[in-house]
Design a protein around this ligand. Sequence first.
Ligand SMILES: Nc1ncnc2c1ncn2[C@@H]1O[C@H](COP(=O)(O)OP(=O)(O)O)[C@@H](O)[C@H]1O
Ligand SMILES: [Mg+2]
Length: 508
Amino acid sequence: MEYVVEMLDIRKEFPGVIANDNITLRLKKGEIHALLGENGAGKSTLMSILFGLYQADSGKIRVNGKDVSISNPNVANELGIGMVHQHFKLVHNFTVTENIILGMEPKAGLSIDIKSAAKRVKEISEQYGLNVEPNAKIEDVSVGMQQRVEILKMLYRNADILIFDEPTAVLTPQEIDDLIKIMKNLIKEGKSIILITHKLKEIKAVADRCTVIRRGKYIGTVDVESTSKAQMAEMMVGREVLFTVDKPEKKAGEAILKVDNLSVKSSREGVMAVKNFSFEIKEGEILGLAGVEGNGQSELVEAITGLKPITSGKITLNGKEISSLSIRERINSGIAHIPEDRQKRGLVLDYTVGQNMVIEIYDRKPFSDRGLLNHKAISEYAEKIVEDFDVRAGQGVDSITRSLSGGNQQKAIVGREIELKPDVLIAVQPTRGLDVGSIEYIHRRLIEQRNNGKAILLVSLELDEILSLSDRIAIINNGELIGIVNAKDTNENEVGLMMTGIKRGDTD
Ligand SMILES: Nc1ncnc2c1ncn2[C@@H]1O[C@H](COP(=O)(O)OP(=O)(O)O)[C@@H](O)[C@H]1O
Ligand SMILES: [Mg+2]
């Protein structure tokens, strides 16, 4: 039997959008099959159909050569299909083992015995190199381990068709390498894998074949070895993709934002997150902030935007001290913020796209006048952002924000913040979890802002992104400024070392 799964002519429509428009995907036994597509292309929908979470409007599914009707995830489980979702579904105050057996029916007459379950968890963990601690509580383990718990959960249920929905989006580079090893182990042990991703580098590293979909439509299936990244990128976005950003030489102007000896407390008692930190950003300049996650970047940004009070130091915008202004006052003075967590801080998911576009400024003219909202003005303003920033949403500005894919939500925030026409734009992980098409787009818009004389603080965990966009790079480690270097005279190695706390010129 060559194919373990065949999804044939699958169609699924949601109000206003055809998420899957007659898509075909065939998974061979023992292969890693990448499912590639931009945000919103329909990848999760297709896999949710295979896992029984959604029913297709039409089309056929065969598993091991037999026609099947997968009406719910239990049926999928019985067919040997398991899925690791984009957002994990673990209970935080339960242990690893408790999470793994959760929802399993005890076999006739037997109750589930935690001890033997933990033993089985340990065995599976060792067999596949998952390195999972059976008795740890979920709230105490890293995101990487939580994901491995989800993998173990599938294996515990004897799944041999494994679906991974964008598993690397939440991982560090080190954890990604580990996951790649794990997937290879799984294949060795006879499993077959569908890997959803939009990262070409990862497809090249693990996948055998790749099916590409675009805006709900099937584009093709290719052999990964003999297809270049550029070819796959073009299939995905429907046009040629440039992997580099064009950044013209530019002389920076006056300092716009100045941070002097800033100290900020962390949420842990008695610990400082930011220590005596100083830098400035000039007109027409992108200052990149490089660092390993959790080294004070978030607190620094929160202090500048007013989300967190400072302990000492001074923040100056256009010569005026703003250290004690409210968030709203800082926005009105010219600071815009693309936040790290777009769902928590960036958008109100139950509001429409239009409402979200004016959420910071609806009380200004022309959006309101003497306490009355001007819906026409709001719609026009929002429509312009949706158009300019290529935000794809089924019902335009009237779509409920929750229904947009992550990439489109992100484009909406970027558009909203740029449209504020700020003097300083603070962009935190502006492309996290996005596909190459959207990344290229957002990068171009950031460079454009720089060219227009804005001061930009770019905070990112992606070193490639920092290196290609920044004019200067500040490196933060353990809340301290390790140094500021010119992007032109540095490289990945040097910045990477500084991120570990080693200062430029330090010997041994
Ligand atoms: N439950 C839903 N209700 C309405 N629209 C949805 C729903 N799930 C997905 N969509 C829409 O279907 C399209 C495909 O989404 P999705 O499958 O999540 O894309 P991907 O996983 O490729 O990013 C998007 O336009 C998305 O907004
Ligand atoms: Mg998805």
